[in-house]
Design a protein around this ligand. Sequence first.
Ligand code: F6R
Length: 240
Amino acid sequence: MNLIVCKNYEEVSAEAAKIVFEQIKQKPDSVLGLATGSTPEGLYANMIRANQAGEISFRDVRTVNLDEYYPIRPENDQSYRYFMNQKLFLHIDIDRSNTHVPDGTAADPQKEGLRYEQLISDLGGIDLQVLGIGQNGHIGFNEPDTELDAITHKTDLTPSTIAVNSRFFASEEDVPKQALTMGMRSILNARKIILLACGKEKHTALQHLLNGKISTHWPASLLNLHSDVTVICDTAAREG
Ligand code: F6R
């Protein structure tokens, strides 16, 4: 596992952007696995800036997002589809038909999971997966448990994730209780993975990733099974 420790959030975002740009320069039609949440917003701002400055084009890039609340409509301003459109897709030269998010309106979540896996495979697999990390060590919405799902599936959010995510909603009751998420295999199949972690709240989860041991109770720790993971964190997350 490669570890890059940065002074602050801005540096973390810039380091992540460097890796994304390098990937796209090497393969202009790269498949990027993307995350939502607060952490990658700075990366997305860098992508927008570089695109608008004419430094990089996303014309041929394809994207697959990790997760989506369930059930939720894409036009709901709390949906991850809405987040991605607002924070990135609407501001860069990507073809929006090449951007994919699990369908929060799917009548049959199991079928949607299989469709999403097939889609990732039809795209040729994920070249570079961007991850955040939950305070409880989740990646995507693979929440700590005695067993974890391998492929894209519907999952219950833990009370702690609902509490943490309530900051985006009027109240905790408004936070959806379920989500569709890529599974551990979907994530680990990516050719290259970067995980961004900022703030002391992430310290414990990061420790469980960096100590080299694997536990389904700290889902991010399974990234130790992958041979090309770069963790980019700030000193607060590293030192606690
Ligand atoms: C979001 C996702 C989650 C977040 C995690 C950290 O698509 O998959 O695993 O990455 O909850 O969220 P932030 O960045 O808001 O701390």
